[in-house]
Design a protein around this ligand. Structure first.
Ligand SMILES: Cc1ncc(COP(=O)(O)O)c(C=O)c1O
Length: 458
């Protein structure tokens, strides 16, 4: 594992960067916020730099560079489909800017033939990206969770029966961005299809961390639609994807309108291009595609099973270490089916202060708050509707939340040891230490440590 970890670390950009602490010293940054975004792979940056001299307009040009750029852009769809085993001929890839836009795009499409009676079944454990786009377009019902935050499959089946014939879509996250729980996608797909509905998997947290198989159309466990973001899988530059059946995408009108999405326009008519082009209006993100393809090639060479196993070993080690901290409550340590995410709270310590203190004392980046999965975290924390009303009506009151540690393939046992040591130190010294961070949070810009970070990064 040590050799493998050193090798994996050698693939990633920015792991040696030093960041300032509150006392003015510099330490090597530790990043446990990979669920938000991952650092790039070196091979991704190399591919982008190699491609840049050839970068040109896509689809419309006749010059050599334009043809090359267009070919890479189109070949990207094949590479992406192969990576997730999408249907070779039936499925297509629509390029977007991230998973959020992909889900919104699908929602706007599917809403076009909603007769007003259709239902979308989502879950109580979703990121807001897979909740809010549906609310104003369909009747939405939420598949429940158990007291540990796991999805209740019997509730899914109950709701599929209840709304039989009206369910436009079942949409679930492949893995939670809060607890790291991996959902049983095969079973969910089987149930969804048994009741004649279609399935969207939000793969934003799943695709970068473990193997995924959309399976053939003839499999009852087939995934109908899949979305994910390149920036969460080591390929920045702003690309997302929506994968699904071309034949279904052909049925709908484009959501964004303009050049590149049409075959012919007169003052009287618009003849739209076919899918996926009619959904990719304007000048597309060819650099984003080059980056994602490079990331997919690198991840495939490592092996997604290896990525999953390495991160699993690390997160189990982290959960064990965290459990030893006095006052610790872990969310997401119960299930064996999980990716490298665990969230926690420490009794008597405000989440935001703790996150600030980890950065200011040890250069460790974690995330704190509700992680854009408000209803899920509120449920996990047992926050009542009355309490939520209170927070809504009193915007000055600090919001509740958790701390999240999320891993990438390059994180190490040593980094986890540093996290546990730092947390232990902060908890032991919380009376004096956290007061200091409260002052930082309260400070006006210009005197705060945040300001200093921006000014003094070497
Ligand atoms: C489960 C899940 N879905 C969707 C998203 C949205 O991804 P993006 O911000 O790349 O659109 C996130 C982001 O954290 C996520 O964790």
């Amino acid at each position: 594992m040590d050799d493998l970890n050193s090798y994996l670390r050698s693939l990633v950009v920015g792991l040696k960067e030093k960041v300032p602490l509150i006392n003015g010293e510099y330490v090597t940054a530790i990043n446990f916020d990979n669920a938000a975004t991952t650092p790039p792979l070196k091979s991704v940056l190399e591919e982008v730099v190699n491609f840049i001299p050839w970068y040109s307009s896509v689809h419309r040009g006749t010059g050599y560079k334009s043809i090359l750029s267009s070919d890479l852009y189109e070949e990207g769809r094949t590479v992406i489909k192969e990576f997730v085993n999408a249907d070779k001929t039936g499925d297509t890839v629509i390029y977007t800017k991230n998973a959020t836009e992909s889900i919104n795009l699908l929602a706007y499409m599917l809403a076009q033939d909603n007769d007003g009676n259709e239902v979308v079944l989502t879950t109580l454990m979703e990121h807001l990206a897979n909740d809010l786009p549906w609310r104003d377009k369909f009747q939405v019902d939420y598949i429940g969770i158990d007291s540990c935050g796991g999805l209740l499959l019997e509730d899914l089946e109950m709701k599929l029966r209840k709304y039989r014939g009206r369910v436009k879509l079942v949409t679930v996250t492949g893995a939670s961005n809060v607890t790291g729980y991996k959902n049983p996608i095969d079973k969910i797909a089987g149930l969804t299809h048994k009741y004649g509905a279609k399935l969207l998997v939000d793969g934003a947290q799943l695709v970068p961390h473990c193997p995924i198989d959309m399976k053939g159309y003839d499999s009852p466990e087939h995934i109908d639609y899949l979305v994910f973001s390149a920036h969460k899988m080591y390929a920045p530059f702003g690309l997302g994807v929506l994968i699904g059946p071309k034949e279904i995408f052909e049925r709908y009108q484009p959501v964004y309108r303009g050049g590149g999405a049409v075959k012919l326009v007169s003052q009287r008519f618009i003849k739209w291009d076919s899918a996926p082009y009619k959904y990719e209006t304007g000048t597309p993100n060819v650099i984003g595609v080059v980056a994602l393809v490079a990331a997919i090639r690198a991840l495939t060479a490592i092996g997604m099973e290896s990525v999953y196993n390495c991160e699993k070993e690390l997160i189990e080690y982290a959960a064990e270490g965290l459990a030893s901290i006095p006052g610790m409550r872990l969310y997401g340590a119960e299930s064996d089916e999980r990716i490298g995410i665990v969230s926690f709270s420490i009794e008597g310590v405000y989440h935001r202060l703790l996150a600030k203190a980890l950065a200011g004392e040890a250069g460790i980046a974690v995330r704190s708050g509700l992680f854009c999965a408000h209803p899920y975290v509120e449920r996990l924390m047992g926050i009542t509707d009355e309490e939520l009303e209170f927070y809504k009506e009193n915007p000055g009151v600090p919001l509740p939340g958790l701390i999240r540690v999320s891993l990438g393939l390059y994180n190490s046992f040593q980094e986890i040891d540093d996290l546990i040591d730092s947390l232990g130190w902060i908890v032991r010294n919380k009376a004096t230490c956290l007061e200091e961070y409260q002052r930082i949070i309260d400070a006006v810009p210009g005197t705060s440590w945040r300001y200093k970070v921006r000014r003094e990064t070497p």
